[in-house]
Write a protein that binds this ligand. Structure first.
Ligand code: ZN
Length: 341
């Protein structure tokens, strides 16, 4: 074993490093010569055969050769890596002229969509939106709306009671009372939001949505109410549809009426939705009961008013011919995607 062996190996290693075509090949050569079980490690094993004087010189010579090779390795490695990056950039370059992949945008839930549409139509008649708490005092949900203690609407089967004095509101009408108490007539307000009733089947949900309007002004009549609803029906369901009132009873209006419009699906000819009658019930309405004004401290008959209310899910069912109210809270995307536009 001689010192020339070291330089021979060094030259061979330099050649191999320079001949490497890519970073993997280069690395393999590094392992072959400088690795733990590489050629230089093998070489060191021969030190035992050397004389005492030669040993340190030999070791130093090996270390110098290794250092030189390591420096060379780093230089070649950075050159190869730069070259590889350049090549990759050429292959993977982005073509900005290609059309982009489409991103699916979110859209309002049909309940929200219908609510917004109703609000926009009635805003054109001067109505503006009010909201109220979901948990109401008995006074706002029942008493001030002229629903006495023994009224069936207070029955446990219909109402979710929170405690003795509070309920989950069963209708949006408490919003009317908050407005009557807190604002000065003349008023044209809309109240909307979630309402809760102990009920669930093909046409009822325990949690659904209502919207109602209230107009308080001087000399308000049923004719004003009918005009307002006729305008709304034609704007919401389609022009040419008729509106009719059927006498009814609600504690908070007097007189009261159930509101029908000619069926938007069959235009009054008769179909399964309107059960061949040509008419479909859309909500309730009436002149505000003087008792309601009295409870809220509004000067009646100086101020008079009318109110009307619709179930939002029901409006969507009629407008779009939806077969089952339970589709609304299910959030099945196949259903919801039909309301993108
Ligand atoms: Zn019909």
């Amino acid at each position: 074993m001689s010192f020339t062996k070291i330089s021979e190996i060094q030259v061979e290693a330099e050649k191999s490093f320079r001949a490497a075509q890519n970073s993997q090949e280069l690395y393999d050569q590094k392992v072959k010569f400088l690795g733990k079980n590489g050629i230089f490690t093998e070489l060191m094993k021969h030190m035992a055969t050397l004389s005492k004087e030669e040993k340190p010189q030999f070791g130093q010579a090996v270390n110098i050769a290794k250092k030189i090779l390591e420096t060379l390795y780093e230089d070649i490695e950075s050159q190869i890596k730069n070259k590889e990056i350049q090549e990759r950039m050429l292959i993977e370059s982005v073509d900005f002229t290609l059309p982009s992949t489409s991103i699916e945008m979110g859209h309002p839930h049909p309940v929200q969509k219908v609510t917004e549409e109703i609000v926009q139509i009635l805003a054109r008649l001067g109505y503006s939106l009010r909201l109220g708490p979901l948990i109401e005092k008995d006074r706002y949900n029942f008493e001030a709306l002229n629903i006495p203690k023994d009224h069936p609407a207070r029955d446990m089967q219909d109402t979710f009671f929170v405690d003795k004095e509070h309920v989950l509101r069963t209708h949006t009408s408490p919003i009317q009372i908050h407005s009557l108490e807190g604002e000065t007539p003349p008023l044209r307000i809309l109240g909307t939001g979630s309402v809760f009733r102990c009920d669930s089947d093909i046409s009822h949900l325990p949690h659904f949505h209502q919207i109602e309007g209230m107009c308080v002004d001087r000399n308000v009549s049923m004719a004003d109410l009918k005009g307002t609803i006729s305008f709304f029906v034609q704007e919401f369901f389609g022009s040419g549809l008729k509106t009719r009132f059927r006498p009814s009873f609600f504690p908070f209006t007097e007189p009261s009426a159930e509101v029908d419009c000619s069926c938007p699906i069959c235009k009054g000819k008769g179909c399964s939705l309107c059960k061949n009658s040509g008419w479909i019930e859309i909500g309730g309405a009436g002149l505000i009961n003087p008792h309601v004004f009295k409870f809220s401290g509004v000067n009646y008959p100086h101020w008079q008013g009318f109110a009307f209310g619709f179930g939002i899910e029901r409006m969507a069912i009629i407008k779009y011919g939806i077969p089952d109210i339970r589709l609304f809270p299910e959030n099945d995307l196949r259903f919801l995607r039909q309301f993108v536009k």
